[in-house]
Design a protein around this ligand. Structure first.
Ligand SMILES: CC(C)(COP(=O)(O)OP(=O)(O)OC[C@H]1O[C@@H](n2cnc3c(N)ncnc32)[C@H](O)[C@@H]1OP(=O)(O)O)[C@@H](O)C(=O)NCCC(=O)NCCS
Length: 167
């Protein structure tokens, strides 16, 4: 396992695409993303990730085979949040995302190892909590490492307004 670099962006994007595809494949219902939507979103992610890595706001780890094939990765973003009382005073919240392991390498502790490293990274810098949104496949991995559901709520807004705005 080694830290992710900006030169890994092609791999990190491919892993993120794999993550979306796998998440979609276990989602029983709901709209499927089109290839065009995924392509667009990954191109935007790549530009965003390059900028955030350069600024030191986005870090990650890549797990490789002995011959250098990247088979898993995961990222932690220092997400801006509103200030709140507490030990680190808010402003940023470490947020884990884009966890992906090549299907042929699953169940061997690749993702757990990456999450442990990301947790250590945040602990070493004095952060008091880490957030993430778990997919059904990711949930047991995070639970085993001590993550628990939070009180977050959300409201899905009707698409009518969005469509009008896009027009
Ligand atoms: C979720 C995901 C990243 C987990 O990756 P992984 O590398 O297989 O995860 P781990 O190996 O650390 O843990 C998975 C399982 O292997 C087991 N395991 C961990 N270390 C192990 C080891 N050394 N030997 C054998 N099994 C092991 C764990 O107990 C766990 O079992 P369970 O969840 O079936 O109870 C992977 O399934 C994936 O890419 N899924 C699609 C994308 C996705 O959903 N990403 C998460 C977004 S939140």
């Amino acid at each position: 396992m080694r830290p992710a670099r900006r030169t890994d962006l092609a791999v990190l994007s491919a892993h993120r695409l794999g993550m979306w595809r796998d998440i979609e494949s276990v989602r029983p219902e709901g709209r499927r993303w089109t290839d065009a939507e995924l392509d667009r979103s990954l191109a935007v992610y790549r530009r965003w990730a390059a900028r955030e890595m350069r600024a030191g706001h986005l870090v990650g780890f890549v797990v490789e085979t002995l011959d250098g094939r990247p088979v898993g990765s995961g990222m932690l973003w220092l997400q801006p949040v509103q200030p709140r009382p507490g030990p680190d005073g808010g402003f940023v919240q470490p947020y884990i995302h884009s966890m992906f392991t090549d299907p042929a390498f699953r169940g061997r502790g690749v993702a757990s190892r990456i999450v442990r490293a990301l947790v250590r990274w945040a602990e070493d810098r004095g952060y008091s909590r880490i957030a993430l949104h778990a997919s059904p496949m990711g949930r047991p991995v995070y639970e085993r490492l001590g993550f628990a559901p939070s009180r977050e709520m959300r409201l899905e807004l009707p698409s009518r307004r969005r469509r009008a705005r896009a027009r």
